[in-house]
Design a protein around this ligand. Sequence first.
Ligand code: GLU
Length: 376
Amino acid sequence: MTNTVQPNRSNADCRAALTTAKRIVVKIGSRLIAESPAGRPAGIADQVVALQQSGHEVIVVSSGAIALGIRRLRLPARPTDLPGLQAAAAVGQSRLMQAWEHAFGAHDRAIGQVLLTHDDLGDRRRFLSARLTLRALLDQGVIPIINENDTVATDEIKFGDNDQLAALVCNLVSADLLVILTDVEGVRDATGVRMPVVFDIEREAAPVAGGSSKDGVGSGGMASKVSSARIVTRTGVPAVVAPGREPRVLIDICKGLDVGTLFVPGDSVLSSRKHWIAYGAKPAGKLIVDAGAVRAMVSQGKSLLPAGITAVEGDFDAGDTVSVYDDQAHEIARGLAAYGAGDLRKIQRLQSAAIEATLGFKSLDEAIHRDDLVVL
Ligand code: GLU
């Protein structure tokens, strides 16, 4: 399933639809914070408060902890080792929150610091509990300021400057719009001209997004922004990659003006739960399947049966998220395994009727039930 092209809709129509967005996640990158550690949060806070006054709810995802920590510790360069990055994040996070506290304090608005790791969002119970916390904050008019919990994250610290976190937060809070503020005017096409609207991410944006960047201030780059747009548009939520230095950028986007690059959601929309299966949890293992199983899942929307599995990799329990690969090493789907890895190894290639005789029990005919399966 990919985003379908919607040739009949104009940029203006799609922009006008943004005016009805109530709950907005705004992500600010490290570079924007680092170039103006007090001024940038102040400018964003002015806009967020104006949006609140006109009935919007705003959740801020702010990077900048590592960048401000590097500055405070007077390091000559960005650390290359994980403990060094984590130490910088620990120092910088409190500075970052001071800046946000000051910016929103000027409007007498309370903020709440929320630090999340991908593991928090990958565990369904913790995901649901974080959702309740964020709802409680929003109900009280508090502006959540979210960052990745870099001091305890392991490989997570390498995620693209919170772009992916912001996309997952959109699903967490059921946002209507994601705005990723960056230091350029939007996604540029091959000739360097801003693309005002993208309907088909794979065809239009992915080829011009380039790779990821690590430049001493932040990490991420346009590719990671495009990949966040891919994640949110799959739940039917639009995303705008926009110039964070423009003083009215958030207001203008919510007015439906032509700012940045708008990613329009396609027709194939995932429920929040399926979205979480596809993007929230890190797969704990792999199932390699034959061509018949790929056809059944992709073209017919069917469950994955043990008979179609040719190999089981990794160590996972029933209920864990697993990736499904074809025999050419392409990831086809993700889903919740109905059996643990050990049991699946025993019943791979077997018809459903033979499951009970082999295992001594049977919970399901399927290895992944279609309700728990998302074709990518
Ligand atoms: N969460 C990190 C921060 O706030 C990400 C930025 C980076 O990788 O430099 O600093």
